[in-house]
Design a protein around this ligand. Structure first.
Ligand SMILES: [Fe+2]
Length: 387
């Protein structure tokens, strides 16, 4: 299949990576960065931490702690205004998916405004962009996707363009040590859903398969450790790598029904993305079995290898169909092992809303690469099973 593979050109991984932010900003030609962080005190702290790192190199920054959990067009405009008001020349996002998405959208507006100011003399590239990840889950630091909420119409808009890809991604496990167990579990299961959906996607390639499988192996091996022993650098570093690989995999292979069914729930109930995905993953992959049995069985071998120390299970003698079935059970077991035991009803989802949710999910473009295509009634049944 002809195509192209996308990922950031430079990806810093491991302890001490944060300290290299300044030298990479210099290499990219930046002197003053707009540092986009999450809303509130936590964002303030993370932004200040980056500012201190820049000062070592004699660089400047302005902290904008204004990226809310579901970043809106209003927040993006605020970031753009601040960028020009403070005479910044590059962008740094620090945080999870919200800070990244807000920065990606702002970078497009900044590029366009610069283009206008040049009176049509050609498009100026968006400013240099460094993405510092503080959660091991969304993979946003490695993707060219941004999800922005249209505040007037209360609608989530997914944008994808290669120009949204950060120039440098940074994954430093020291930044993840303070993540509480619940957040570690939810973001880790989001990463697993990225890797699994990319692996069984109709757009999967040899390239995406390789990194998706390695991400699945790593998550099954290390996520319970990262949840139980949050201060384990080894577990945090493994999860950094896994979430990053899962991000690259889905950026190149697409996603499926887990995300297509998950987005309407988050939009309607404000439920945490990773938690919803963790609940939906075994349900959707059981549904996908007839269309992806061989790939599921391969996944089974990888999961057996990753969990042998904990469970001592070896399915190598099983036939493909049995093995694939066990994979679905393993996904549900992993969620339970890290404390995700309830269904969608625990998040407030009721049977009355399932018709609306199903209709919205059927319109989600993100489900287009799911290996099995369902009619509205089938999507409805998936929601009911996940309640
Ligand atoms: Fe996701």
């Amino acid at each position: 299949m002809a195509g192209y593979y996308l990922m950031p050109p430079v990806n810093l991984m491991g302890r001490g990576s944060l300290q290299k932010t300044g030298s990479w900003m210099e290499k990219l030609g930046g002197r003053k960065a707009l540092i986009v962080a999450s809303i509130g005190e936590y964002g303030d702290l993370q932004g200040s931490m980056v500012l201190e790192v820049l000062k070592v190199h004699g660089l400047e920054g302005d902290v904008f702690p204004g990226a809310g959990p579901n970043p809106t067009d209003v927040m993006v405009e605020e970031a753009v205004g601040r960028y020009f008001g403070q005479k910044c020349d590059c962008l740094i996002a620090v945080g999870g998916g919200s800070a990244m998405d807000c920065t990606k959208a702002a970078s497009v507006s900044i590029g366009r405004i610069d283009e206008k100011s040049q009176k049509g003399e050609g498009r100026k590239d968006r400013p240099p962009f460094i993405a510092i990840n503080t959660t091991a889950g969304t993979g946003s630091e490695a993707t060219s996707f941004a999800v922005i909420t249209d505040s007037a119409n209360h609608r989530k808009i997914t944008v994808q363009d290669w120009t949204l890809m950060p120039d440098v991604s940074i994954n430093d496990p020291d930044l993840m040590l303070s993540m509480p167990p619940g957040l570690t579990a939810a973001t880790g299961m989001d990463a697993l859903s990225h890797a699994v959906e990319a692996y069984v996607s109709t757009e999967a390639s040899l390239f995406s398969d390789g990194i998706a499988l390695q991400a699945i192996r790593t998550i099954f091996r290390w996520l319970p450790m990262a949840v139980r022993y949050g201060d384990s650098i080894e577990a945090r570093e493994a999860m950094c790598n896994a979430a990053f690989m899962a991000g690259v995999a889905f950026n190149n292979a697409g996603l499926g029904y887990v995300h297509a069914l998950s987005h309407p729930i988050s939009a309607m109930y404000g439920a945490p993305h990773g938690l919803v995905n963790a609940i939906l993953l075994p349900v959707v992959e059981r549904y996908n079995l007839p269309a992806a049995a061989t790939k599921m069985a391969t996944m089974g071998s990888v999961i057996d290898e990753a969990t042998y120390d904990r469970y001592g299970i070896d399915h190598s003698g099983f036939r493909t169909a049995e093995k694939a079935e066990k994979v679905v059970e393993a996904m549900a077991d992993l969620a339970k092992e890290i404390g995700i035991t309830d269904g969608l009803s625990s998040l407030g989802v009721t049977e009355n809303s399932i018709d609306d949710l199903s209709l919205a999910a059927s319109k989600e473009a993100i489900g287009i690469n799911n290996p099995r295509k369902g009619v509205l009634q089938e999507i409805r049944e998936l929601y009911i099973q996940a309640l």
